[in-house]
Write a protein that binds this ligand. Structure first.
Ligand SMILES: Nc1nc2c(ncn2[C@@H]2O[C@H](COP(=O)(O)OP(=O)(O)O)[C@@H](O)[C@H]2O)c(=O)[nH]1
Ligand SMILES: [Mg+2]
Length: 427
């Protein structure tokens, strides 16, 4: 409590949105903007929306509306104005001048949240890269505007100074981005090595994906507590947008000798800045290498269908659109659905928050990722020691028995391995 009191008061913000009839659910987008502002530790003191056919090129909103925004901001003591869409560099500049307040857009807000949440070195590097990359084109825009101003006034010396300063800033930023990319490459090399180790172990990899706040981390945690190799290794779960940015991988085994790796990663959101997706590529790549995706949906959210569409689009962008999926309709408790869990077609309705349906989901995952496996018994002669050690390493071995005529191995192995070592099979 005391710690909280010592913190600075949150920045007061006013939200502004323009509805040009392009979005299926404009109101929802504004609600989400408010949650994003909260997650960025700001206090929302008001909201203004405008219905327009086209956004205003210079000011984004209509000229008259700028006065409304100024008046309301003053009345409510807002220090910043947050716009629901990406603003052009000149719109930010013009609005800042007109309103005499800090003007930011949705992308800024998401970048701020990521900066606050980044814990690991990798996440910090990724966020800084995304922020600088976001700034770079805006800097060039400013540079263009200044050159135009210089040209109009005819003052060549002014133009020269402005150009030089901006060119210098641009180079500095580009240089820093290059440095960051190198550092990130080092970090992602470590990640590659770890991933390759997991791939070599042939243990299937399963990734939790979906909209932010759907319950991915809750599912991972409940599974880790019940079936994890290290049950204490849980991750942060919280009612907040982007509570988890880091990728965590945990080993899960329900006791059927069909272990799998379960990965939790950053969630998706409507209008997730492209630069962030790019900067977080190495983290998100974990998704691309998964054998199975578990798409977690907040079934209690009235916009869950739109959220599923955003998830599908983002997965496609990551090159993970074709990986098989199990869909989990989570938070079904909030919809009064009974009994839980329920399976319809191949998909699950459950309530991870109430620890309901976790075992069923884990078993469904097992079944799917081990679908190509067969239960076999081999008798491997001692002269074929390499085959025995291969099977010990690659198959899920239930039992071994050293007999006079060889090693009897009862295992769950891949169909291909069964074909290959058919001659040694006893049944
Ligand atoms: N009512 C309800 N709440 C849930 C359920 N699963 C998760 N939650 C809550 O939803 C919030 C977001 O969960 P989290 O796992 O952090 O979501 P993530 O962003 O997808 O990782 C947390 O406050 C959870 O306690 C559920 O089945 N029912
Ligand atoms: Mg999470």
């Amino acid at each position: 409590m005391r710690e909280e009191q010592m913190q600075e008061a949150p920045v007061k913000v006013l939200l502004v949105g323009v509805d040009i009839g392009e979005e299926a659910d404009f109101e929802y987008s504004m609600e989400e903007l408010a949650s994003l502002a909260e997650a960025a530790e700001k206090e929302v003191v008001g909201q203004i929306v405008q219905r327009l056919d086209h956004v205003n090129k210079a000011l984004y909103i209509g000229t008259g509306k700028v006065d409304d925004v100024r008046r309301l901001a003053e009345e409510r003591g807002a220090q910043e104005v947050v716009f629901d869409n990406s603003l052009t560099p000149s719109q930010v500049r013009n609005l800042g001048k007109e309103l005499e307040l800090t003007v930011i857009d949705r992308t800024n807000l998401i970048l701020d949240i990521f900066a606050i949440r980044a814990q690991t070195r990798e996440a910090k590097l990724q966020v800084e890269t995304a922020r600088l990359q976001y700034m770079l084109p805006r800097l060039v825009g400013m540079y263009d505007a200044l050159s135009r101003q210089g040209g109009a006034s005819g003052s060549m010396s002014n133009k020269g100074t402005g150009e030089k300063k901006l060119e210098l800033d641009r180079r500095k930023i580009e240089h820093r981005i290059t440095e960051l990319k190198k550092e990130l490459e080092d970090v992602s090399r470590t990640r590659d090595v770890q991933r390759r180790k997991r791939q070599q172990s042939r243990t299937p990899q399963v990734a939790l994906v979906g909209y932010t706040n759907a319950g991915k981390s809750t599912i991972l945690n409940r599974m880790v507590e019940q079936f994890g190799e290290l049950p204490e290794k849980t991750v942060m779960e919280k009612d907040m947008l982007f509570a988890t940015l880091e990728t965590s991988v945990r080993s899960i085994d329900t006791g059927h000798n069909k272990p799998f790796f379960l990965t939790d990663t950053v969630g998706f959101i409507h209008k997730l800045p492209h630069g962030l997706v790019k900067a977080f590529r190495s983290t998100l790549e974990e998704v691309k290498y998964a054998d199975l995706l578990v798409q977690v949906v907040d079934f209690s959210d009235e916009n869950y269908r739109q959220q599923m569409q955003v998830t599908a689009d983002t997965l496609k962008e990551l090159g993970a659109g074709d990986i098989p999926q199990i869909v989990v309709y989570n938070k079904a408790d909030k919809c009064g659905m009974e009994p839980l869990p329920q399976k319809r077609q191949e998909h699950w309705y459950l309530a991870a928050g109430q620890n309901t349906g976790i075992r069923e989901l884990a078993e469904a995952i097992e079944q799917q990722v081990y679908a190509d496996n067969v239960d076999c018994t081999f008798l491997i002669p001692y002269s074929a020691g390499n085959v025995a050690s291969y099977l010990m390493e690659e198959a899920q071995v239930f039992s071994t028995e050293y007999r006079e005529d060889g090693i009897l191995i009862h295992a769950d192995c891949h169909r291909q391995d069964m074909e290959r070592y058919k001659t040694y099979m006893t049944q």
